[in-house]
Design a protein around this ligand. Structure first.
Ligand code: HEM
Length: 448
């Protein structure tokens, strides 16, 4: 992973406190998700409308996924677009609206406390719209837009759509305002947030990150990436638009099929990049990303089955699809990429200034690799177990899956704490951190 064009940090990157604060928030929320998992996973069997499940869903989606995407993209977007972020201070302000929003919204949706829910929704909405404004202004000053930048652009449109529908749901919560259309509107909100924003953003960012991590950026199949974008974004908007317009099942099924047609080339592209990768060693982000690909394919296939079969609104299939998207795709990919992005930012902050003058650790020395592998095994077990529990409606299996999730996320968070310990010199001396050879930074900032 290099510093400068093509690397994770460049002269355009913002001050590290901006991505840092969002990532710290996401890790605190992930710890809450881990602790809650043994009790929360059985809620997946109680139907998608239960307030406690809605709260757990948003602890994951707003607290972890949104926080990470807002933080990591504020670091990555200037690199992708080769232009500085339009406003770092607006980015910082968006953080305070966002965190205040979460602190009111989550308890509000947990106990259906309308003032907290509406105030929280409005604050989180404002924080995320500020973030969108900063990125749109940055996109406007970009020298040119490539396939990754267009993923980011279309993903932002999905986020804005998801936010507007989410705010509508929050404001009308506990009233009869939306009447019988409430479930279609809820499904449209979930589709815009998960399929039109999160998946499109992660797919685009994955092309750049995996290319960087494996030194195979020049091997990207561009036409395949454009085709994937067409189907992923087009399918998500067709499905969400169809749900909002109460369109016939064939239209919804066509949207689901297009989403599947987006997942297939995405999976093929990443397998291709890993196949031609120049950095051949084992890398912990790879099993996590492969898990995300497998869950993406399964979720979109089940989505097609659901509409072709005409499954009823109360079918557990929809809960399985939603959870595969949240846990299986997003949280898996986030853990994998976090191992790479966080170690790089920590290394940049602590060791780059002294590299070449003293021995410094390699990136992969900043965490325990065996613990990382153990964490992945427990996490995959938790996803498979929760899926089986939903379809078998088996509460003890769901609890066991929740315990596996606690163990898996626990391993990951212990490694995050290890990485964080490198940020504070008092906690680790350079010598402590050095295990293997003496990495040096060469002229182009390449680490060898
Ligand atoms: C400001 C941000 C957000 C607001 C105001 C919001 C609001 C809501 C509300 C009010 C509901 C429940 C509807 C009801 O009970 O009538 C809901 C459901 C849902 N939201 Fe959000 N949401 C937000 C962000 C997100 C994000 C970022 C995601 C995903 C990335 C997401 C995914 C979902 C899902 C999957 C459901 C359905 C959950 C279930 O049925 O169990 N939301 N949202």
């Amino acid at each position: 992973m290099t510093a400068g064009p093509g690397g994770l940090s460049s002269k355009h990157g913002p001050a590290l406190d901006l991505p840092g604060r969002f990532m710290i928030l996401a890790m605190v929320m992930l710890a809450a998700v881990a602790v809650a998992s043994p009790v929360a996973y059985p809620l997946l069997l109680d139907g998608f409308y239960a307030p406690r499940l809605l709260a757990f869903v948003h602890l994951n989606t707003l607290g972890v996924i949104a926080a990470i995407l807002l933080g990591a993209s504020s670091q990555l977007i200037p690199v992708v677009l080769q232009t500085p972020l339009a406003s770092v201070s607006l980015g910082r302000i968006s953080f305070w609206f966002f965190i205040a929003g979460i602190l009111f919204f989550l308890p509000g949706i947990l106990v259906t406390w309308r003032p907290g829910l509406v105030l929280g929704a409005a604050l989180a909405f404002a924080g995320m719209v500020l973030y969108v404004a900063v990125v749109v202004l940055t996109l406007r000053s970009a020298p040119h837009l490539d396939v990754v930048s267009w993923h980011i652009t279309l993903a932002l449109a999905g986020l804005v759509g998801g936010l507007v529908v989410g705010l509508l749901l929050a404001v009308s919560k506990g009233t009869a305002a939306l009447g019988a259309s409430i479930f279609r509107i809820l499904a449209a909100h979930a589709t815009l947030m998960l399929a039109a924003w999160v998946v499109v953003m992660l797919n685009g960012v994955a092309y750049r990150l995996v290319g960087m991590f494996t030194l195979s950026e020049d091997q990207l199949w561009h036409r395949t990436a454009w085709a994937e974008l067409f189907f992923s974004a087009g399918g998500a908007w067709l499905l969400a638009g169809g749900l909002l317009a109460d369109a016939p099942r064939t239209v919804l099924g066509a949207g689901a099929l297009a989403i599947l047609f987006g997942q297939l080339p995405f999976g093929a592209q990443l397998l291709h990049l890993y196949h031609v990768r120049r950095r051949r060693g084992f890398d912990i982000h790879i099993p996590y990303v492969l898990t995300a690909i497998a869950c993406g394919l399964l979720a979109s296939l089940l989505l097609v089955v659901g509409f072709v079969d005409g499954r009823s609104m109360n079918s557990s299939l929809w809960v399985a699809i939603g959870w595969l998207a949240i846990g299986g795709i997003a949280i898996s990919a986030i853990q994998g990429f976090f191992y790479k992005i966080a170690t790089f930012l920590v290394w940049l902050h602590r060791y780059a200034p002294v590299a070449g003058r003293t021995r410094v650790p390699r990136l992969e020395d900043l965490y325990d690799r065996r613990l990382a592998k153990t964490g992945w095994i427990f996490w995959v077990g938790a996803q498979a177990g929760s899926l089986a529990a939903i379809f078998l409606s088996n509460r003890s299996l769901a609890t066991a899956a929740g315990i596996a999730a606690l163990a898996g996320l626990g391993c990951f968070l212990v490694n995050v704490a290890r990485m964080a310990a490198h940020v504070w010199p008092a906690m680790t001396t350079t010598q402590d951190a050095v295990h293997g050879g003496v990495p040096r930074i060469g002229k182009e900032g390449r680490i060898s």
